[in-house]
Design a protein around this ligand. Structure first.
Ligand code: NDP
Length: 478
């Protein structure tokens, strides 16, 4: 075989990834369960580069040069296992299977372990950027062995997005499931970003009284500043769009029930297991589920709320500026939480993930790409042992400067009855971290009272228990 890489699974993602490899000068073997897709790819795009179509698994494997590099781009879950079972027996020691689907990190770890025993490298790769990214340059987050990256890295660097300074948006994130883990957190952060932007929109609409078109303009202005990002840019486009059928704003004709595929939920589930407070991501996931409970919302529609207080033009403009501050401050918190999860996951699995390198490869190609990520990269570069993004001097200064407006926005939202779970949770996280004393001391007292769970003291080492049912003296509990 002479193909440097193979792609099996030629739906939108796989097809575009195969084309990206071919356009970058690689010979690409292509295969799909339903052969019609393989033929369609070669018919439509065969002139873009060198494709080797294969109808059978055996033909596909035979088309690849050794060590073979084979990308699986099928529906995540059981189909991925089915494809691995089909191909693994045809492979030899040293060959590399790359799973580019959105796999759960536990699946990736299991597959990596099983294939390693057979001498095959299994590389779980997070790929972000949707179909456009797959074609023109995604952000790529590969896990798997360092050895496999030697053979794979140069190819991925060619097809990856390039950051503004020309660096390819790909790095060896860490062993086994590290790549899929980081991609999962990327998606969790994406949920939080989207929720925060949605709250900003809701406030500008309900409190400032702006039309969707005017909010689109506001977002375009914000996109020229520190909020410069893909998600703000596309939000402006969506808000400016008019429904061709009715002529009404597109956002007013779309059913307000958000759906989800699962990566946000996984982020929160795993954060719970790791004990990492990703409240912003959790609120974003819950906000989507809440929106979907049509019957619950219908039954609650007549519950009382505050009397609306319209703002005059000047007050509305001032409020919009405050919302920008609140959005930026909340965004800093979301990323602080997401990077905390990456660090916690990395420590738990001993992956050695470099958070600065992760920020670096998210600068282009992926959905959360933003000018902001360059600043995160700089923060970790300046201080690799940074315990939290909030400990970075610049972020601390910025969030400090935003806090008055942020509080005002959250208070206004509460007074005017606009739900802002993202802004509010972010502010609560900020204030909790700042607090000298938290009421957790009381929680410990309650736990000790009803369950003899013991507590620690501020002034002495050891664990203690109070004899709540007796004379309330304190005993040492080890
Ligand atoms: P889909 O997730 O819709 O999967 C369709 C592909 O899977 C087809 O090629 C299909 O083959 C194949 N397939 C399904 N079941 C099997 C099976 N049992 N055996 C063999 N092949 C099977 O395609 P997408 O291109 O949307 O996504 C591919 C992967 O990339 C997914 O894991 C997804 O989570 C991930 N991803 C998607 C993104 C996106 O924006 N869409 C972004 C980033 C990652 P057939 O043609 O024969 O039905």
């Amino acid at each position: 075989g002479h193909a440097q890489i193979g792609v099996t699974g030629l739906a939108v993602m796989g097809r575009n990834l195969a084309r990206n490899f071919a356009r970058n000068g690689f010979t690409v073997a292509v295969h799909n369960r339903t052969a019609a897709r393989t033929r369609a790819l070669v018919d439509e795009f065969g002139d873009e580069g060198s494709f080797v179509p294969a109808e059978s698994a055996r033909e596909f494997v035979a088309a690849l040069e050794r060590p073979r590099r084979l990308v699986i781009m099928v529906k995540a879950g059981e189909p991925t296992d089915a494809v691995i079972q089909e191909f693994a027996p045809l492979l030899e020691e040293g060959d590399v299977i790359i799973d580019g689907g959105n796999a759960h990190v536990a699946d990736t770890r299991r597959r990596e372990r099983e294939l390693r025993e057979r001498g095959i490298h299994f590389v779980g790769v997070g790929i972000s950027g949707g179909e456009e990214g797959a074609l023109h340059g995604p952000s790529i987050m590969p896990g798997g062995s360092a050895e496999s990256y030697k053979s794979l890295g140069p190819l991925l660097e060619r097809i990856a997005a390039k950051a503004p300074d020309g660096t390819p948006c790909v790095t060896h994130v860490g062993p086994d499931g590290a790549g899929h883990f980081v991609k999962m957190v990327h998606n969790g952060i994406e949920y939080a970003d989207m929720q925060l932007i949605a709250e900003a929109y809701h406030l500008l609409r309900a409190v400032a009284g702006y039309s969707p078109a005017r909010i689109a303009d506001t977002f375009r202005t914000w996109n020229e500043g520190r909020l410069d990002s893909y998600l703000i840019e596309i939000t402006a486009e969506v808000l400016a769009h008019a429904d061709p059928v009715t002529g009404r704003p597109f956002v007013d004709v779309v059913a307000d029930r958000a759906e989800q595929k699962g990566t946000g939920r996984w982020t929160v589930q795993i954060a719970l297991d790791l004990g990492v407070p990703v409240s912003g991501i959790a609120e974003a996931v819950f906000a989507r589920s809440l929106s979907g409970h049509a019957e619950l919302r219908e039954a609650s529609r007549s519950l009382p709320g505050p009397v609306p207080q319209p703002l005059d033009e000047e007050a509305a403009a001032r409020f919009a500026e405050r919302v920008e501050q609140a959005l930026y401050a909340s965004k800093i918190v979301s990323y602080t939480q997401g990077f905390h999860q990456i660090q916690a996951g990395s420590e738990h699995h001993e992956w050695g993930v470099d958070p600065g390198a992760v920020a670096s490869i998210w600068r282009a190609g992926c959905i959360i790409r933003a000018a902001f990520l360059d600043r995160i990269r700089t923060a970790y570069e300046t201080r690799p042992e940074l315990p939290s993004l909030l400990s970075d001097k610049r972020f601390a200064e910025e969030i400090g400067a935003a806090q008055d407006d942020w509080r005002e926005v959250v208070a206004t939202a509460a007074r005017q009855g606009v739900p802002t779970p993202g802004f509010s949770a972010a502010l609560a996280y900020y204030d909790a971290l700042r607090a000298d004393r938290l009421p957790a001391a009381l929680t410990q007292g309650q736990r000790d009272f009803f369950g003899a769970h013991t507590y620690r003291r501020t002034d002495r080492e050891g664990s203690f228990h109070t004899l709540w049912g007796g004379d309330r003296s304190e005993v040492s509990a080890g």
